[in-house]
Ligand binder design. Structure first.
Ligand SMILES: Cc1cc2nc3c(=O)[nH]c(=O)nc-3n(C[C@H](O)[C@H](O)[C@H](O)COP(=O)(O)O)c2cc1C
Length: 221
């Protein structure tokens, strides 16, 4: 695929045909994705490829508390799990929130599920001392995650970057024998898309790029 086409059309795929994604194709996807950058080229990533249905069912189950809070906050107009304001819904309301199938089905129905971890011993967390939520560490793993989704697209497959399982990191670590000093960054179900969208809704460049300062003039063509 032409690079710009791939960048403009790699949508979140949550519905899969059930067609197998072979070990050989999966290897080719990661063989190309592995050229993603990481801080200092320290390459702290570890990817667990999961086909076992029981482990996947447990993984989907572990997402429940994360999804409940995300959905409950979304219903009252908040960005779920945002680090700036505490949730308006009470713990009881959150616990009573139904988990939409769209959050669990992809993990159960994908051909393979990839769990992306990163060894924190090999990550320079440059915002470590700041008084806000950590963000910079993710830059050493998410380029690999996105490269994997782009490579899957090249192979005619697709998937979705999900993070709901991260809220249950200790349980996910136990489920997959992930060492305690390795963060769980993403869970990515992969499979053949039922439908491949080609038009993604994204903000125009003028809406989020400015010259010289945050309140500078928008970058136009
Ligand atoms: C950091 C991040 C976390 C995400 N977490 C989830 C998730 O937990 N579950 C899910 O279904 N989609 C998740 N997504 C997918 C987004 O919802 C999706 O990329 C976005 O809505 C755009 O969809 P589109 O590419 O089909 O337009 C996540 C995406 C990102 C980048």
């Amino acid at each position: 695929m032409e690079l710009y086409d791939a960048m403009r059309t790699t949508a979140a795929i949550r519905e899969f045909t059930g067609e197998p994604l072979s070990d050989e194709t999966l290897h080719r996807i990661l063989e190309n994705a592995r050229f993603a950058p990481s801080g200092g080229n320290r390459q702290g990533a570890h990817v667990i490829a999961v086909r076992d249905p029981e482990r996947r069912a447990r993984l989907a189950e572990l997402c429940t508390p994360g999804v409940q809070r995300y959905v409950a906050q979304g219903r009252v107009g908040e960005t779920g799990w945002n680090s700036i304001t505490p949730p308006t819904p009470t713990p009881e309301e959150i616990a009573a929130t139904r988990v939409p199938e769209s959050f669990t089905r992809p993990v159960l129905t994908a051909s393979v599920v990839l769990v992306f971890c990163v060894d924190l011993n090999r990550v320079a967390s440059m915002d470590l001392e700041l008084d806000r939520v950590g963000l910079a560490s993710g830059a050493s793993i998410y380029p690999l995650v996105w490269n994997t989704l782009l490579a899957a697209r090249q192979e005619g497959f697709g998937g979705v970057l999900t993070t709901m399982a991260v809220a249950a990191e200790p349980e996910v670590q136990a489920l997959f024998s992930i060492p305690a000093d390795h963060a769980v960054a993403a869970v990515v179900p992969l499979g053949r898309p039922v439908h491949q969208p080609t038009k993604l809704r994204r903000r125009a460049v003028e809406e989020f790029v400015t010259w010289e300062s945050y309140d500078g003039a928008p970058l136009t063509d």
